[in-house]
Design a binder for this molecule. Structure first.
Ligand code: ZN
Length: 597
C-alpha cells in the first residue's frame, strides 16, 4: 500500500465524502472550466500553458492533464494544488459537504498537524475580529469605516473586522481552545516577546481584512491603523506556511465569479481600494496588496479571465507599477488595459470625491497598452512629437511584447495597433525592427499546436475495455496480459482482470489502481472519449487481431484455465479443440511444445 492509503481513516468514509463532493465544483474554484463535449477543460494549474490541456471528467470524477500528465481524483487535486496531506484534503471536502469525520487516530505528520493548528488559529482570529467590529469594543473602528462610506453589509461580505487593543486577545482565546503558542506564532498572529516576557498579539487596535485563499480559508490578515499616530499605517501578516504573498491575490476568492462573468479583472493596489470598488458595485476586482504584481499572480488570473485592467495611481510610483504590470500580464497572455486616474487621486479618493461614475468613466476610458505608452511618451516629448529615436525605442519595446504572443492573429492585431498609434506603415516598422516581420520569427517561437494525444492500438484496446464489463469478460478468455506490447499496459490489464474477477467494474482511475503512477496512466486512458456506437465493432476488431496471434501451447492452456474459471464452457471447448488441432499439425515441431510435454 502506498503512503496515501496508510493515512486513511476508513475507506467507506473516504467514499462517502467523495460521493458528496463534485470535483467540478472543487476544481472550478481554482480554474475556469469550459464545457467541451461531456468533459470540461481549462488551463492547467500544474504547468504553464496557453492552450487548455487540462480536463475534468464529471462523469467519472477525475482530472487529467495531457500537457504534464498529472491526474487523479478530487483529493489528489487538492493535495497537489494546495500542498495538503490526504487527511487535510479529506477534511476540507467533508466540511464542505457537512460530513462529520470520525476523529482520526492517525493525526498525520508533524508538518500537517502544525498547518492544521495554524488554520484553526487563523479561523479563530478571523471570528474574533469580525465579531469585535460590530461589538462595543469596535465602535470607533466601525464609525471610521462608516464615515469612509462603507456599508455594514459590504464590510460583512468582505469579512472586515477589528483587532482589539489588548495584547492578548488572540493569544488567550487560542490557548483557551488548546492552540499552542507555537502555532499562533507560525500563523503570524502573535509575536515572541523581546525581553523574555510572554508573547503578544501582532494586530492591535486595527481594522482587519482577512486574506482568504481560493479554497476559502483565511491565511492571513491585512490591517490598517485607525489613527495617523499608529505606524505603520498598513501592516500585513508575514509569509507563513499557509500564506505566500506573491501566489495569492487579495479578494479573488470573493470576486472570482464576477471576474469570470466579465472575463476581465481590475487590478488595484491595496485592500482598501478593493473594498471601495466592491462598495461601488464594481465586483470584478483584485488587489495585489503588499507586493508588486507577480508572474504567478498573473497566471492565476489567466485561469479566470482573458483581460485585465491595471488601475493604479497617477503618481510616478503608480505609473511604474503599471508599466511593470503590463510586462507581467503580457507574459501570462492576458490582454491588458491601463486606467489612468485623475492626478492626485487613488481609486478610493476618486470615488469619494467624484463618485462611482467618475470611476466608471476612468475604467471605460482605459487605454490599451499601446495607446497608453505612446501617449505617455508623446506627452513627455518636446512639442508632443516623437522623433525617430523615440519611435524606434517604442517599436522595440512593442516588438518585445509582440514576440511573447503565441497566437499569430493576436500578434498581428497587436502590431497593427502599434502601427496605427505610431502612425507608421508596415515597411517603416520592419525597417526599424527587421526581425519583426512575422515570417522571420524564429521557428522555435512557432505557436504551439493544440495537443492531440494519440493512443497506441493496444492502449486503445485497454481503453475500450472500460466501456463495458462484457468487454472485459470477453477479453479475459481471449487476451493474455503478455499480449500487450508495453509492460505498463500489461500490468494495467493484469490489475483490471484482478479487480473485475468478482464481477466488480471499477470506473475511475482510483478504482483501477493504487499506485499513483498507474492512476495517472488510467486517467490518461479514460480521458479519451469513446463513441459507444463504434465501441462494439472496435473491440471485436482488436479481439480478432489478437486471435490471429500464433500462441504457444502454454498460453492457450492459460486461456483455457481462465475460461473454465469464469465458467465460459464454450470458449474452453473451442480453445481445447484449437489446441488439439495445433498439436496435431505441429506434432513434428518440438519447439512448439512445452518442456515435459
Ligand atoms: Zn498540466
Amino acid at each position: 500500500m502506498g503512503p496515501i492509503r496508510s493515512l486513511m481513516v476508513d475507506d467507506s468514509v473516504k467514499e462517502q465524502v467523495k460521493e458528496a463532493t463534485d470535483i467540478v465544483a472543487i476544481v472550478g474554484q481554482f480554474v475556469t472550466l469550459k464545457r467541451r463535449g461531456v468533459n470540461l477543460t481549462g488551463l492547467c494549474p500544474f504547468h504553464t500553458e496557453k492552450t487548455p490541456s487540462f480536463t475534468v471528467h464529471a462523469d467519472r470524477q477525475f482530472f487529467h492533464c495531457f500537457g504534464c500528465g498529472k491526474g487523479g481524483d478530487v483529493f489528489t487535486f487538492l493535495m497537489e494544488h494546495e500542498g495538503w496531506s490526504f487527511p487535510e484534503a479529506l477534511k476540507y471536502c467533508a466540511d464542505r459537504a457537512g460530513i462529520q469525520l470520525p476523529s482520526s487516530r492517525d493525526p498525520g505528520d508533524a508538518q500537517s498537524r502544525l498547518r492544521e493548528e495554524m488554520a484553526q488559529a487563523l479561523a479563530l482570529a478571523d471570528e474574533i475580529y469580525r465579531r469585535a467590529l460590530f461589538s462595543s469594543t469596535g465602535q470607533h473602528a466601525l464609525a471610521y469605516l462608516r464615515k469612509r462610506g462603507f456599508q455594514d453589509q459590504t464590510l460583512k461580505r468582505a469579512g472586515v473586522g477589528y483587532a482589539p487593543p489588548s495584547y492578548e486577545t488572540v493569544l488567550k482565546a487560542g490557548q483557551g481552545r488548546g492552540i499552542s503558542p507555537k502555532a499562533l506564532e507560525a500563523a503570524g498572529l502573535i509575536l515572541p516577546s523581546t525581553k523574555g516576557g510572554s508573547p503578544y498579539d501582532r494586530f492591535r487596535n486595527r481594522v482587519t481584512f482577512p486574506i482568504i485563499n481560493l479554497s476559502g480559508k483565511t491565511v492571513g490578515f491585512g490591517a490598517r491603523a485607525l489613527s495617523d499616530e499608529d505606524q505603520p499605517k498598513y501592516m500585513n501578516s508575514p509569509e507563513t506556511a499557509l500564506y505566500q504573498k506573491g501566489r495569492l491575490l487579495y479578494g479573488l476568492a470573493t470576486t472570482r465569479d464576477a471576474i469570470r462573468r466579465e472575463n476581465r479583472a481590475i487590478i488595484v493596489e491595496g485592500y482598501l481600494d478593493w473594498l471601495t470598488m466592491i462598495e461601488a458595485g464594481i465586483d470584478n476586482v483584485v488587489a495585489v496588496s503588499g507586493t508588486a504584481l507577480t508572474d504567478t499572480q498573473a497566471k492565476l488570473l489567466a485561469r479566470f479571465c482573458e483581460r485585465v485592467t491595471l488601475l493604479f495611481d497617477a503618481d510616478a510610483a503608480g505609473q511604474r507599477a503599471a508599466l511593470r504590470g503590463i510586462d507581467i500580464v503580457f507574459n501570462a497572455a492576458l490582454g491588458a488595459d491601463v486606467a489612468i486616474l485623475p492626478a492626485g487621486e487613488d481609486p478610493d479618493s476618486l470615488i469619494r470625491h467624484q463618485g462611482v461614475d467618475a470611476m466608471k468613466r476612468a475604467l471605460t476610458g482605459a487605454f490599451g497598452i499601446v495607446e497608453y505608452r505612446v501617449d505617455g511618451e508623446r506627452s513627455r516629448a518636446a512639442g508632443g512629437r516623437l522623433d525617430f529615436l523615440a519611435q524606434e525605442k517604442l517599436v522595440k519595446e512593442f516588438a518585445e511584447l509582440a514576440n511573447r504572443l503565441d497566437d499569430p492573429t493576436r500578434r498581428e492585431t497587436f502590431l497593427a495597433e502599434v502601427r496605427a498609434h505610431l502612425g507608421i506603415d508596415a515597411a517603416t516598422m520592419s525597417r526599424l525592427i527587421p526581425a519583426l516581420t512575422p515570417t522571420s520569427r524564429p521557428a522555435s517561437k512557432a505557436p504551439p499546436q493544440p495537443r492531440r494525444d494519440v493512443l497506441s492500438p493496444h492502449a486503445e484496446f485497454l481503453r475500450l475495455l472500460l466501456e463495458s464489463p462484457d468487454y472485459v469478460q470477453r477479453a479475459r478468455t481471449q487476451v493474455l496480459p503478455d499480449d500487450f506490447d508495453h509492460p505498463v499496459l500489461r500490468n494495467m490489464y493484469e490489475t483490471l482482470l484482478e479487480r473485475t474477477a468478482d464481477g466488480a467494474f471499477p470506473k475511475t482511475p482510483q478504482g483501477l489502481a493504487d499506485d499513483p503512477e498507474e492512476i495517472e496512466h488510467w486517467s490518461r486512458l479514460l480521458s479519451h472519449s469513446i463513441d459507444p456506437e463504434t465501441a462494439e465493432r472496435a473491440v471485436e476488431g482488436h479481439l480478432k487481431e489478437l486471435a490471429k496471434k500464433h500462441r504457444p501451447a502454454l498460453q492457450v492452456r492459460q486461456l483455457i484455465a481462465q475460461a473454465e474459471r469464469v465458467g465460459d464452457v464454450d470458449t474452453a471447448k473451442r480453445l481445447t479443440a484449437d489446441l488439439a488441432e495445433a498439436m496435431r499439425l505441429d506434432r513434428k515441431d518440438a519447439t512448439l511444445r512445452e518442456p515435459g510435454m
